[in-house]
Write a new protein. Structure first.
Length: 185
């Protein structure tokens, strides 16, 4: 894995990028004996890192299962919309199956809402956040990421939002989220 790590301009942050080719190989994973533990066995090869963050596709496929099997904690990003809220329940259930069968130490760090409009009129997004609070409890809610044009602009520039516009609402929100997750560890 060391040979495919990409160094970034940000100190202390390297990437091991996924690709569309990786996603296309997902079905082949099942042919590997003990494939559920594959990532867990590979992670110790990464030396010199205090934390490893595994970004998963928005699906409940094998790549997500591999990541949950290798993880100590997981956080779930969610949009404050009904379909995403339904998917949130599916994700929590899937993580429970992984915890019960493959990784007993797996714990939920929390749920955070992205592209959130705290001042938006209408109760839909606020209702989704409140329903999440009722179902999962206050402790399960992590700081939200507000909608901010700095996010798509930073993506277009192939930079993190914190590097692209460090004083933006989104950069501040991501810093608050990072701090909350670190406290949960």
């Amino acid at each position: 894995m060391e040979e495919i790590i990409v160094e970034t301009k940000q100190d202390g942050l390297d990437l091991l990028p996924a690709s569309i080719q990786l996603l296309s190989q997902e079905s082949r994973l099942q042919r590997i004996p003990g494939y559920h533990g594959l990532l867990r066995r590979l992670l110790p090869q990464l030396s010199g890192y205090a934390y490893v963050v595994i970004d998963c596709p928005p699906s409940l496929g094998d790549l997500t299962s591999l990541a949950l099997t290798a993880a100590d904690v997981y956080a779930i990003p969610c949009q404050a919309e009904q379909l995403a809220f339904d998917g949130l329940h599916d994700m929590v259930r899937a993580a429970g199956v992984v915890r019960d069968n493959l990784n007993e130490k797996l714990a939920l760090a929390g749920i955070f809402f992205t592209a959130y409009h705290p001042n938006q009129r209408g109760a839909l997004n606020h209702g989704t956040v409140e329903a999440t609070r009722r179902i999962y409890g206050d402790d399960a809610l992590l700081p939200h990421i507000r909608k901010d044009m700095a996010v798509p602009m930073s993506q277009a520039m192939q930079q993190s939002v914190c590097a692209y516009e460090p004083n933006s609402r989104a950069a501040q929100d991501y810093q608050s989220l990072t701090n909350a997750i670190l406290q949960a560890l």
